[in-house]
Design a protein around this ligand. Sequence first.
Ligand SMILES: [Zn+2]
Length: 201
Amino acid sequence: MHDLIRKLLAELHENPDREGLRDTPKRVEKALKFLTSGYTANIDSVLNNALFTVDYSEMVIVKDIDFYSLCEHHLLPFFGKCHIAYIPTTKVIGLSKIPRLVDVFSRRLQVQERLTNEIADTISEKIAPLGVAVVIEATHLCMSMRGVEKQNSFAVTSAMLGAFRNNARTRMEFLELIKLRGAVYGPRDWSAATEACVEQD
Ligand SMILES: [Zn+2]
């Protein structure tokens, strides 16, 4: 990776040997490995010892989880907040593990829609809840930094499974609690963030 980054710097009309860039390949490699560490993370060890059997069937909400990811089309960051809710049947996930779960999927090359889906599907798979809802609000630097005209770099995506999909009241309760009441979300309803990012190159 070191040599590739040196070549990349040269391609960008830089001198990889000048003082300020001498250690850049090493730093970029380290940063990229961290930012894509989700590929080698193991969900089960992340959740290890944190699935609890409970007698609780009210909605569990964790909101405003910060995340940072890389857009797979431009390798530029997109970042924002992730809001998660589920209604347990017999199992809950330790609250501190939920942001770790978000990290596993955000530290990969992603599109916002898939990130949203993967988080929802994993929770659904691991604890078989009555329903799962995931909403992600993000800013895409591939759009805002490049000054893509007439495109909003802010995008909202959602995945609604089970009770959140089938029951409008449950869905509304969640959206009200995360204060996104004005927005209308279907069961798996996306804004056109990714398409816009691709269309604009
Ligand atoms: Zn992009």
